[in-house]
Design a protein around this ligand. Structure first.
Ligand code: ATP
Ligand code: MG
Length: 660
C-alpha cells in the first residue's frame, strides 16, 4: 500500500534537538570566516581564484579559473604553474620558519623524532634526487607501501617535487592488493620498509613487496626504509636501502614548476561497497582546497596550534590532512605510528597531553571504541589543550558526538563532522568552528565555495524536512579528474544517475533549518513495508542507549515486510560485564528493540538484534554492511579483501547459527 512516507526516497525518522551555539571567545578569533559564505556566493569562480592566489605560491599565475568545456572533465587554473612540494616545504623555510616543527613523530615503541621544516626540506630534496637517479622521471608512477613513519611523508613530497604521481597503498594491505594497484598504475618504483610496529610487534612489509614485485614487470627498483631492523630478503639488482641512498644523494634540488593540472596522485577508495576505484587528482586545485579546508574547518593557526590527524597515510584523509593541507599551511603536527591500545588504552590521550595537541581529527570508529573502553581512561590525562575536534569517515551518531565533546573536549570544544570522499579530495560539508551553531550528528553545511543539494529520484531538490540523494551540483577545484585509465567508468559511476550532476552514492536529509544529515550509502538503504529507512538513523538510535557503544544495521529479506531490520551491536565495557554476570542476553535484546521503537518508531524496530564483540570494518574503519547482509540472509559472504580482520566474520556467523 502506498502511503505518503513510502514515496519518500528516504524516511526521516530520528529527531535531534540539541544545538550548541559557538563560544564567544572562539567567535572572536574566527574573524573573517563568516564572510566567506557571502564572498563565495557572490561569485564562486572569483572566490576560488582568490583562494588559489592567497594560499599557494605560483611560479606562473593562471589566467582562466575553470574550464568546464569538456565536462565532467574539469580543468582548474590550467595555465598556471607551481610545485606542490615547494608549497608544502621550501616556502616555509624561505619565509624564515625553517626551525618550526613540521612533524612530531611518535613511534609505537616510544621512539620520537621532531622534524623541522628545514629538516624536512633536506630529506625531500635528497629523496627527489634518489628518485631521479633511480630512473623515475616526470609522469612516471611510484607506489608507496609504508607504515606511518616520517619517510611516508618525505616519499610523497619527493614524488610531487619531480612530478611523479604517487600511489600510496595502505601498509596493512596484502601483497595481492599491492600487486593489483602496482599493475593498474604501472608503477616504476616501489618505496617500502622492512616493516613497522603494530600492537607491540614488528610487522613485515618487504616480503609482501617481494611477492608482488615478482609479478610486476613495470617495477625496476625498490627503495627500502629501515624501520624495524628485522631480516629481509634482498635482491642486489633491485633493492636499495633508503637511508644509504639519501645519505649519498645531493642535498641540492630545485623544485620544477608543474602545470596546475599535472597529475599529483592516484589513490584507491576504501572499498566499502565493492572493488576499489583508482581515483586520480591533479596539483593546484587539490592542494589549494586541502589547505583552505584545513584552515577554515580545522581552524589551524600554524603559529600556535599542534594539530593531529589520526588517519593513516594510505587513505585520502592522510593525503589531504596529514600531508598536503597542513604542510601547505605550515602547520605543526603529530604523526603516530601505532594502534590506540598499545601499550595501553590511553595512548592517544598521553600523546595529546605530552604534545599539547590543540586540534584532533579522527574517525567515528575510533570514538566509539573509546566509548566502549570507558571515559575513565581519557580522564587520567590532561586534555585541556584541545580546542577543536573533528570527525570523518562515517556518519557520527549524535551520542558519539556528545561523548566526544564532553569527555575529550571537556564539554567546550566545537566538534565538526566533515563529509567528503576520496573523489572530492577535500572536505565538502562541515560546520565552521566559531561560526556555525552545532547540531550533533549532522555534517550541516557545504563549506563556502561548495554547492551541494539533496534531490529526489528525478533530481529535483527536496524541501527541508525531507530525504534523498546527496549530490554536488557545481564543479569544485579538488574534484577527482577521473578514474585512472578508465574515463568511461568515471562518467558512468559519478555522472550518469543525474546528468550533469555529481552523485557518489550517499543518502542524506535536510532538517527544518536546511542542515544536511548524511544518512549512509544508498546501497544500504532498507525497504521495510514500503518505507525506505536509513541505516544511520537506526544505528544512532541504538547507540543512544547507554549500554551500546556501536551498532550496524542491515536489511534482510523478510516474507511479510519485504525487508526486515537486523542489527548487530557492540556493548559498552560496563554493560558487557553486567550482561555476563546476570545472563540477561534475552532481556537486553528486548530492551534495545523497544528503545529503537521509542526513539524513532515501531517501523524501525529490529526483527533481530545480535550482540557481537566486533564488526566487520574496512582497513579505514568503516563498517562493511554488505557482509553483514550476506550473513543476515544466510549467503556465502562476498569479497573480504579490504576487511581489516577477516576472522570477525567467522565469529559473527557462528553467533548467528546459535538460537538467540
Ligand atoms: P568505496 O567507494 O570503494 O566503497 P568508500 O566510499 O568507503 O569506498 P572513501 O572515499 O574512503 O571510500 O569514503 C567516502 C565515504 O565515506 C562517503 O561516500 C561516505 O559514505 C562516508 N563518509 C565520509 N565522511 C562522512 C561523514 N562525515 N558522514 C557520513 N559519511 C561519511
Ligand atoms: Mg565511495
Amino acid at each position: 500500500m502506498a502511503d505518503a512516507a513510502s514515496e519518500e526516497t528516504l524516511s526521516n525518522l530520528l529527531h535531534e534537538d540539541r544545538e550548541f551555539p559557538p563560544d564567544q571567545a572562539f567567535t572572536e578569533q574566527a574573524v573573517g570566516k563568516a564572510e566567506l559564505y557571502d564572498q563565495a556566493a557572490a561569485d564562486r569562480e572569483t572566490f576560488w581564484a582568490d583562494q588559489a592566489r592567497a594560499r599557494l605560491a605560483w611560479s606562473k599565475d593562471f589566467t582562466q579559473t575553470l574550464d568546464w568545456s569538456e565536462a565532467p572533465f574539469a580543468k582548474w587554473f590550467a595555465d598556471g604553474q607551481l610545485n606542490a612540494a615547494y608549497n608544502c616545504v621550501d616556502r616555509h623555510v624561505e619565509a624564515g620558519n625553517g626551525d618550526r616543527v613540521a612533524l612530531h613523530f611518535v613511534g609505537e615503541p616510544g621512539d620520537t623524532q621532531d622534524i623541522t621544516y628545514a629538516d624536512l626540506l633536506d630529506r625531500v630534496k635528497r629523496a627527489a634526487n634518489v628518485l631521479l637517479e633511480s630512473g623515475v622521471s616526470k609522469g612516471d608512477r611510484v607506489a608507496i607501501y609504508l607504515p606511518m613513519i616520517p619517510e611516508a611523508v618525505v616519499a610523497m613530497l619527493a614524488c610531487a617535487r619531480i612530478g611523479a604521481p604517487h600511489s600510496v597503498v595502505f601498509g596493512g594491505f596484502s601483497s595481492d592488493a599491492l600487486r593489483t594497484r602496482i599493475a593498474d598504475a604501472e608503477a616504476k618504483l616501489v618505496i617500502t620498509a622492512d616493516g613497522g610496529y603494530r600492537r607491540g610487534k614488528p610487522s613485515g612489509l618487504k616480503s609482501a613487496v617481494d611477492e608482488a614485485v615478482a609479478q610486476s614487470p613495470s617495477v625496476g627498483k625498490v627503495l627500502v626504509v629501515r624501520r624495524t631492523e628485522q631480516d629481509v630478503e634482498w635482491d642486489d639488482q633491485r633493492d636499495v636501502w633508503w637511508h644509504e641512498a639519501l645519505e649519498a644523494a645531493s642535498p641540492e634540488h630545485e623544485a620544477e614548476p608543474m602545470d596546475a593540472e599535472h597529475p599529483l596522485f592516484i589513490l584507491y577508495t576504501s572499498g566499502t561497497t565493492g572493488k576499489p576505484k583508482g581515483i586520480f587528482h591533479t596539483t593546484a586545485g587539490y592542494l589549494m582546497q586541502a589547505a583552505y579546508t584545513n584552515a577554515v574547518v580545522h581552524d589551524v593557526h600554524p603559529e600556535k596550534d599542534v594539530y593531529w590527524c589520526a588517519a593513516d597515510i594510505g587513505w585520502v584523509t592522510g593525503h589531504s590532512y596529514i600531508v598536503y593541507g597542513p604542510l601547505a599551511n605550515g602547520a605543526t603536527q603529530v604523526m603516530y605510528e601505532g594502534t590506540p591500545d598499545t601499550p595501553h588504552q590511553g595512548r592517544w590521550w598521553e600523546i595529546v597531553q605530552q604534545h599539547q595537541v590543540s586540534i584532533l581529527y579522527c574517525a567515528p570508529t575510533a570514538i566509539r571504541t573509546f566509548m566502549k573502553w570507558g571515559k575513565e581512561i581519557p580522564a587520567k590525562f590532561d586534555l585541556s589543550s584541545l580546542r577543536v575536534l573533528g570527525s570523518v569517515g562515517e556518519p557520527i551518531n549524535p551520542e558519539a558526538w556528545i561523548w566526544y565533546r564532553e569527555v575529550i573536549g571537556g564539554g567546550k570544544t566545537p566538534v565538526v563532522d566533515t563529509w567528503w570522499q576520496t573523489e572530492t579530495g577535500a572536505i565538502m560539508i562541515s560546520a565552521l568552528p566559531g561560526v556555525t551553531s552545532l547540531k550533533p550528528g549532522a555534517a550541516q553545511l557545504a563549506v563556502p565555495g561548495i554547492s551541494v543539494d539533496v534531490v529526489d529520484e528525478q533530481g529535483r531538490s527536496v524541501e527541508n524536512g525531507h530525504g534523498g540523494y546527496l549530490v554536488i551540483d557545481q564543479p569544485w577545484p579538488s574534484m577527482l579528474r577521473g578514474i585512472w585509465g578508465d574515463p568511461e567508468r568515471f562518467k558512468e559511476t559519478y555522472w550518469s544517475r543525474f546528468p550533469g550532476i555529481y552523485f557518489a552514492g550517499d543518502g542524506a536529509k535536510k532538517d527544518d533549518q536546511g542542515n544536511i544529515w548524511v544518512l549512509g550509502r544508498v546501497d544500504d538503504v532498507m525497504n521495510v513495508s514500503g518505507h525506505r529507512l536509513s541505516t544511520t538513523e537506526i544505528e544512532s538510535a541504538l547507540v543512544s542507549h547507554p549500554k551500546v557503544a556501536e551498532a550496524a544495521v542491515v536489511g534482510a529479506s523478510d516474507a511479510t515486510t519485504g525487508q526486515a531490520v537486523c542489527a548487530f551491536v557492540i556493548l559498552r565495557g560496563d554493560a558487557v560485564q553486567e550482561a555476563d554476570e546476570e545472563g540477561e542476553g534475552g532481556d537486553l535484546v528486548a530492551e534495545l528493540r523497544n528503545h529503537v521503537a521509542k526513539e524513532i518508531g515501531a517501523i524501525a524496530k529490529p526483527r533481530q538484534i545480535m550482540v557481537v564483540a566486533e564488526l566487520p570494518k574496512t582497513r579505514s574503519g568503516k563498517i562493511m554492511r554488505r557482509l553483514l547482509r550476506d550473513v543476515a540472509e544466510n549467503r556465502e559472504v562476498g569479497d573480504v579483501t579490504t576487511l581489516a580482520d577477516s576472522s570477525v566474520m567467522d565469529l559473527i556467523k557462528e553467533g548467528m547459527s546459535k538460537p538467540s
